[in-house]
Design a protein. Sequence first.
Lengths: 243, 501
Amino acid sequence: MEIQFKTLTKKYGDYTAVSVDDLSIPSGESFGLVGNNGAGKTTLFRCLIDLIEPDSGCAMIDGQKTRETEQWKRHTGSYLDENFLVGHLLPEEYFDFIAAIHGIGESDLQLRVSSFEPLFNGEILGGKKLIRDLSKGNQKKVGIAAALLAEPKVLVLDEPFANLDPSTQIRLKELLKRLKHDRGVTMLISSHDLSHVTDVCERIVLLEKGRVIQDIQTSGDTLKDLETYFARVGSSSVQEEAQ
Amino acid sequence: MKNLLKIISLDWKSATRSPIWHRKLLINAFLALTFIYLIGNLLVLGIFLDDLLMKIPVDGVDYNTYGPSFVLRRLDRYLIYYFFLDFIIRYFMQKLPAMSVEPYLHLPIRRSSLVHFMLVKTIWSPFNLFHFILLGPFMVEVFSNLPFEQALGWVSGMALLIYSANFFLLYIKRTSEVDTRIYIGLLIALAALIGLHWYAIVDFNAISSWVFDSFFLHPWLAVICLIALLGSYGLNFSYLRKNMYLSRISRSGRNEVSYVGSGILSRFGLVGRLTELEFKFIWRNKRPRSVLLITVLFLGYGLIVFPQAEYAGNYLMYILFSIIITGMFMLNYGQYLLGWEGTHFDHILTRNISFEHYYKSKFLLFAIVSGVAMVLSTPYAFFGMKILLVLFCVFLFNIGINTHIVMFFGSMNPKKIDLSQGTVFNWQGVGAAQFLLVVPVLGAPLALYGLGMLFWDELGAVLLIGVVGLIGLAGTRYWIQLLALWLKKQRHEISNDFRNQ
């Protein structure tokens, strides 16, 4: 499914959080979003999944404006932060509930949940801890699994690698690659970890102050290019602030 | 010492920058007025305490026997009950001195000075100061009535005892929260004391007199109170010092939870599932759980009015109490309808849950709890079938009309609620909507009753309330659609507010 942003802007007072003229992500593309803090990555995501109302323009999934329809919710899995989790449930109960929303049967659910076991690494299932009592990393595992549970055609993940242990990071990368390859999932992933994001995504967009600065097809040089960019950007913005 | 001053200033900042100051002025003014009213009441009671004591008839004691110490002796007879009540009130209401010590533990500050700071801070607890407002005028009088050293002995004894009670309670409360055996022990002790009093095995008045009279008869006994104070302080100090580690202090309520699968409610489809989640939510969080507990207690609310001869046939009272009996839960829980979901509101928005499903699940929850309350309150029929009729008609009104009113107000400008806190003195989530809510919920049935009285008799008026409730119930689908539309308009604003709170 295709994702499109059209003349999308979001301002907080005078501060422009996001200003994206025309950005479209074709169906089945793995799309990475990078940028420093405050670049507008999360705001862009929130506009896409209708958590924030943009000041102008719109975001579309499969040609439908996410603000006006709710169809996209059937095919979109997303995890941005802990607000997406229901803290007073056990992970299993949470998965049950997600399955009920999407009409996934009992045996199907068991199968899907157990397929996440490599990701969970034995830490999530069968425990007696409520989601809110899990560590940040384990909460993220639950959130990502819940986003994937309904086999979405569009996947939106904000900083999926942060807080995860190294094994899970590697397994998550494998999982994401497989999803793209086997099921043609359209993926939107933001990350501060340049090596992971260049590894997983075939296209990378660089945001700065809410604007698209670079739009790169990932190649062997991309990681290096990005690193030099970020090394430079940090110092130039410091100079700007000093002025 | 320098460190301690630094901590005090940080603590002061945490108080002055508390989110409560960002509340609407109206609410803070209302709370301030309530507070002033309470203090005023205590003060007036304190000033007239001696007159009140003189009015209590006590057989066989002559005013002249004891002269000027007579009033004091009278008070002493009851002080044991006073401290007993104080203990119970403190146990349920006084908060443990919580300072988020985590940010300081890794700094080069002595552990003991942190503990001292936490404990000394409780001196200013309202639960201690209230005593001095109530007993203050009396203490002044004691000084003018008795010889100085006697008065000093009694007053300082009392003051030291109040603070001993403070620290003793903090210790008991802290340990009983960790160890349920202490809690059970307390309950047994309470039952034993009530039993001893009930069957008049022990004359508590005599004990009370003996203990508290000796404070002024033997002023040096204040030293014992001082020892009690230091002892109770020391108990707290050593306990806290030993247990002041991250793992023990933070998240003490991290209980193990067993998996609970879907139950009978899942037959109602997704709406039933949502309602089930809500029941889990209520059971697994402290504050909503105490709301449920309060609801159970208020089932007995009718006993205040229904059996009393002076209220016989007073239908306005019957209606008012009936609204509370079957509607307590929806009022108390529903007023924060969206606030409860503050931590996972984005989950609701991004998942394929329509707002209609969402409100239907809330409606189902309120209908179930009210229905159970209705069934449980049928024994009130013992006081007359008319009372049962009022209860039932008001119950219909509650689930037909009041549910929707409550859901509407509960969705207005919601505040995120910290679920780990209890209900007592917890004003989090309170906004103008929570005050306004009461007006239609209590007012509408009374107005309907008034309207009905213009045309028919009491029974007709009560039936009118029930009929209107039924009409409301028939339109449930429509009301819920309206609510869903409304929430749809507000969704961005609400989720944004939650994220920023």
